[in-house]
Design a binder for this molecule. Structure first.
Ligand code: SF4
Length: 338
């Protein structure tokens, strides 16, 4: 593995990341992904059995009871009032909000402060944490702080390279990758999720890679946008055949106007059902069409064996944070699992 470590700009051990381009190029530049020729993922150390925080245990119990609805947090970065206002709109409509990364707003409040601000409004947080901006010591501190705040879940990602996004001037850290971060988060008592990108090459490696993340301590996988429900079903079948059984939360794209469509297009490894975006943007009322499309796709995703929840995924056009939050709340209510 030393070879891949030497040439991967994120210094990943448990690669590849989700940003591999369809033709096998690295997300950072024109080199080929260092992991393309790997036949099996690197084995992860097994998770150390331990405790769960009360908030993590509550979310784990909820998922065991019924499907859950999570929504990407739409509040403006570094804006307390926008954070509170969007939390107020979503509270009571979704089971948790995923407060994660944004390609257009890399500078955020620290995960623990952000989670605190949101949870003070009665909205559980599934906190995103990445390896791009913090070394392992800083990550351990954040995980400890998130346990004090009492977040519902921690979503561990390697993170996009700084070259991708709006802060290419920042030095990349990548002291850890998502698999090793998942192990730390589980040891800190969190309900741990990871992402996996079925539509990113090398396709054959992804199911077994997810099994290794599960071995490391991840209980939940957010299945990145990879097309129709049948594609998610195929991926989860492959994961089971590889020996895994994670709780799957399927990402459902939420687009209500051109601005939110543009933002969604910045997501790495994005593959949508055929005609999804065009159908919404060509409608007389794109907002209503986007809501209807998301409800329909979520209902169909929830029929896929192994899918135990939906993540309403995307972000608002600049300035439409509250309007987008209202759309998320309406979609969540209409899905009707709560
Ligand atoms: S695509 Fe990701 S895993 Fe592959 S070499 Fe680039 S940064 Fe590393």
């Amino acid at each position: 593995m030393t070879g891949a470590l030497d040439t991967c700009p994120k210094r990943m051990v448990h690669g590849p990341c989700g940003g591999v381009e369809p033709d096998g190029r690295c997300e950072v530049d024109d080199r080929h992904c260092a992991f393309l020729t790997l036949h099996r993922p690197v084995r992860a150390d097994p998770a150390v059995a331990g405790f769960m925080t009360p908030a993590a245990a509550a979310m784990a119990t909820l998922i065991a009871t019924r499907p859950v609805i999570v929504a990407d947090f739409p509040g403006r970065a570094l804006d307390v009032e926008s954070t509170r206002a969007c939390a107020d709109v979503l509270a009571g409509s979704v089971d948790a909000t995923l407060a994660g990364d944004s390609g257009g707003a890399r500078v955020q409040f620290s995960p623990a402060l952000r989670a605190q601000l949101i949870q003070q409004r009665g909205l559980p947080v599934w906190s995103g944490i990445n390896c791009r901006d913090r070394n392992r010591v800083a990550l351990e501190g954040e995980l400890a702080a998130l346990a004090v705040v009492g977040v519902a879940g921690v979503h561990c990602v390697t993170g996009d390279h700084p070259a991708v996004g709006h802060r290419p001037d920042a030095l990349p850290v990548f002291d850890l990758d998502s698999t090793r971060l998942a192990a730390l988060a589980a040891a800190a008592g969190h309900l741990v999720s990871v992402g996996e990108a079925p539509a990113s090459p090398p396709f054959g490696l992804r199911p077994a890679r997810l099994v290794e993340k599960q071995r490391a301590g991840a209980a939940v996988v957010f299945v990145n946008h990879c097309g129709p429900p049948a594609r998610v079903a195929r991926f989860l079948t492959e994961v089971r055949e590889a020996g895994g059984n994670p709780i799957a939360i399927a990402c459902v794209p939420v687009v209500v106007d051109r601005g939110s469509a543009e933002l969604l297009r910045t997501f790495t490894s994005l593959v949508l059902p055929d005609g999804y975006l065009d159908g919404i943007l060509a409608a007389a009322d794109p907002r209503q069409a986007g809501i209807e499309a998301a409800v329909d796709l979520a209902d169909r995703m929830l029929e896929v064996p192994g899918v135990r929840g939906i993540n309403l995924s995307g972000g608002p056009a600049p300035g439409d944070e509250l309007g987008y939050a209202e759309a998320l709340a309406e979609i969540a209510t209409r899905i009707g699992v709560r």
